[in-house]
Design a protein around this ligand. Structure first.
Ligand code: 4AZ
Length: 249
């Protein structure tokens, strides 16, 4: 994350950190149900990281290179579901589900450092200018390295028409994407934040509206962060997880 501030995981307890056995930190994610993490499909597009026995998922992690055994929970990945229409040329449908399992065969246990985030009703649209927040371990500058400590930042939702205009991204923006940035272009998601959450508070609850997907550079003028539009995928998530909103509780 470029700009923003360091944050304890308790402020973003749905943030998951995805690691690859050989290459280390891979991507962010969001806990949407005790056994399910939502992330970006492109985290697995190198074909290497899809070897699921090489993947680990952590919840409750405030720092990449430190262990707080009292707070963190570690999981292996039982199943990776990549969206069947994920397009690796334009990152359309950049969404994936991970089924997680702890060493004792269970799923996530709710605590101050680990809890689920809500999904908004299908096709909910928040107004342009709405303030949402992003969190992750991604770069603090485009030519930098991953942040050792979790960061958060506030970004504003942009009008889709602005984002798809010629001076921004033009036809690269599909209906399955949303754009967010800061008015002075100082704050953005960056390399390594991919898969992580864009959450917006509505009626006192935090809802997952975006998955960090792509952007041209980081915190560049007229080049906002692009996020997978999660509210377009409620049915896909229900089908993939087998959880309907009536059985989740
Ligand atoms: C990346 O390479 C990446 N500024 C993620 C987010 C953004 C740019 C690049 C958005 O993972």
């Amino acid at each position: 994350i470029v700009g923003g501030s360091f944050t304890p995981v308790e402020s973003h307890p749905w943030v998951a950190a995805l690691f690859h056995q050989r290459t280390g930190f891979l991507c962010g994610g969001s806990l949407i149900a005790p056994c399910w993490v939502l992330t970006a499909a492109h985290c697995f597009s190198d074909g290497e990281s899809t070897t699921i026995r090489h993947l680990s998922v952590y919840l409750g992690k405030s720092a990449i290179n430190a262990t707080d055994a009292d707070k963190e929970q570690r999981f292996t990945v039982e199943k990776v579901i990549i969206h069947q229409k994920y397009n690796l040329d334009n990152y359309d449908n950049d969404i994936a589900l991970l089924k997680i399992k702890s060493s004792n065969g269970g799923c996530a246990v709710r605590s101050s450092s680990a809890r689920t985030v809500c999904l908004a009703p299908s096709h909910t649209q928040l107004p342009a200018g709405f303030q949402c927040s992003i969190a992750g371990f991604g770069n603090e500058r485009f030519f930098g390295h991953y942040s050792q400590i979790m960061k958060q930042a506030v970004v504003q939702l942009l009008p889709q028409t602005d984002c798809a205009s010629q001076s921004y991204y033009g036809h690269l923006i599909t209906e399955n994407m949303l754009c967010a940035g800061s008015p002075d272009w100082s704050t953005d998601a960056c390399k390594g934040d991919s898969g992580g959450p864009l959450v917006c508070e509505v009626a006192g609850r935090m809802f997952l509206f975006g998955v960090v997907s792509w952007g041209e550079g980081c915190a560049k003028r007229n080049k906002p962060g692009v996020y997978t539009r999660v509210t377009n995928y409620n049915k896909w998530i229900e089908d993939g997880t087998g959880l309907s909103k009536y059985t989740k509780g």
